[in-house]
Design a binder for this molecule. Structure first.
Ligand SMILES: C[S@@+](CC[C@H](N)C(=O)[O-])C[C@H]1O[C@@H](n2cnc3c(N)ncnc32)[C@H](O)[C@@H]1O
Length: 276
């Protein structure tokens, strides 16, 4: 069937209103080229036998949603949460290099997976730390994992992944060392020594950053794509403030800061350093 939506039609005008609403709530912009995607993602709620008879009714309910429940569903439906363990492995090799080269001299280490989705990125960071011999109590090390979406955060916090979802993403040795397998339901659950390193928090990157300790390395991967240039610049300025000097900001491999004003020194197309 592909992505061609069946049933009620989302007009350009309503698409504009919905994406404006999303922007106000999250800072995420969706270009008109992605209208089909919005329609596709929302069509499970809209239609003769669905919760809302039309996109107009859905939007009306959204604007009058006092509980915030529909807003959460709407945001969760329109943000893409695609991720997997050790996605873009070069960044985990960089983290290992950082820990060995600079990490040893730090009185504390703070890492941040700033759009952690369902947790795979943050757990991969934690496993990298453990593999490099970095763990409490020998080290004051903590990893913050945050995302705007409640739904993905609940998966991240649970740390339970079905074997079919993570097949091939993790080496067998890591699965044995850092997960428990339940043969009945075929779920892998993250071990406590990995989870212990992590704090999960719902957090919108558009909000002020409330942190007291500075970060060594921040993974901000595959999320800037949702923001317009002024928002990207605001987020990068805030990232600059919360990083140590030197500190490192890691974007997705396919992302770039070309045309986006920032103060970082470019180390590669995806790794940026805060210098003094
Ligand atoms: C494609 S996933 C990236 C996951 C992971 N960083 C990776 O690269 O595999 C993008 C994530 O960004 C989150 N996100 C979108 N807008 C956000 C915002 N304003 N603040 C925080 N997280 C946001 C989405 O909920 C989604 O989980």
């Amino acid at each position: 069937m592909g992505l061609v939506p069946q049933g009620p039609h989302l007009t350009d005008e309503l698409f504009r209103k919905m994406t404006e609403y999303l922007f106000q709530e999250t800072g995420i912009t969706i270009s008109s080229a992605k209208k089909y995607l919005v329609e596709y993602r929302l069509q499970k709620f809209v239609g003769p036998d669905k919760h809302f008879a039309s996109y107009e009714k859905l939007f009306h309910a959204l604007k009058h949603d006092k509980s915030g429940e529909l807003k959460t569903i709407f945001i969760n439906s329109l943000t893409t949460n695609y991720t997997f363990f050790f996605r873009e492995p070069v960044h985990f090799r960089f983290l290992a290099y950082y820990l060995q080269t600079y990490g040893k001299n730090q009185s504390y280490i703070r890492l941040w997976s700033a759009a952690c989705s369902s947790g795979e990125e943050a757990y991969s960071m934690a496993i990298t730390c453990l593999e490099q011999g970095f763990s409490p109590p020998g080290r004051d090390l903590k990893i913050l994992a945050s995302d705007i979406s409640k739904k993905v955060l609940s998966t991240a916090t649970a740390g339970v992944y079905h074997y079919s979802a993570i097949r091939g993403e993790l080496e067998d040795a890591y699965l044995r060392r850092y997960f428990r397998f339940n043969p009945q339901n075929k779920n892998f659950t993250v071990n406590d020594n990995v989870r212990f390193l992590l704090t999960f928090r719902e957090f919108n990157l558009m909000d002020p950053f409330p942190f007291t300790k500075q970060f060594d390395v921040i993974f901000l991967r595959n999320v800037l794509i949702y923001f317009s240039i002024p928002e990207k610049e605001q987020i990068l300025a805030k990232m600059w403030e919360v990083l140590k000097t030197p500190g490192y900001l890691v974007l997705g491999l396919s992302e770039s800061l070309v045309g986006v004003r920032n103060r970082f020194t470019t180390l590669s197309n995806s790794i940026y350093r805060k210098d003094g």
